[in-house]
Ligand binder design. Sequence first.
Ligand code: GRF
Length: 216
Amino acid sequence: MSSPAASQRLAVLVSGGGSNLRALLDAIEQRPGFGGEVVVVGSDRVEAGGLGHARAAGIPTVTRTLGADEDRATWEQGLADALAAHEPDVIVLAGFMRILSKAFLERWPDRVVNTHPSLLPAFRGANAVREALAHGVKVTGCTVHLVDEQVDHGPILAQVAVAVYTGETEDALHERIKAVEHRLLPACVEALCQGRVRLDGRVATISPPPEAAPSL
Ligand code: GRF
């Protein structure tokens, strides 16, 4: 993946409260060399809290709900076209609870990134925190990865482990995982924006930022 010269245009998709979007916006604001800006926020739910974060920041939003009798491919193309109108370079899935097809992913090859609340490949899917608790694991965590055609499967950019406490509720554990996602997702998006992600098959390597490189 080549080093981008200009600031990367980011589209962020949300379905829920949008705390990861908020964390990304904060990171971009706080880190002058981030190399990216959020140009549009999209959602499949009109009531998604993340849309409020976007509006508060003056970022355009697009909402495309999927009706019960609506064709999925048509819905997805409508969403992709609405995003494409803002010419994004990178698509960030920040709690977006829909699966995207090959047709969508081919428009932004290796440029769709997702955050997931487990240590993949364990506990893929929409109930990762609940399933980790039910399985009795003592360590779970979060994974930021590039999106491919399989659910929660593409090349892993970074992972952080989170210990599971005895008797902890799903909500409490998910909140602690989200606190970690709030650092990890912006860091990975920043690396993508700065052209520091190299792919070798499904193995991704992130090189350190220039200021972290040892001086000669
Ligand atoms: C995150 O834990 C994300 O990994 C999962 O949904 C949650 C979204 O949280 N897919 P928020 O909407 O960013 O607060």
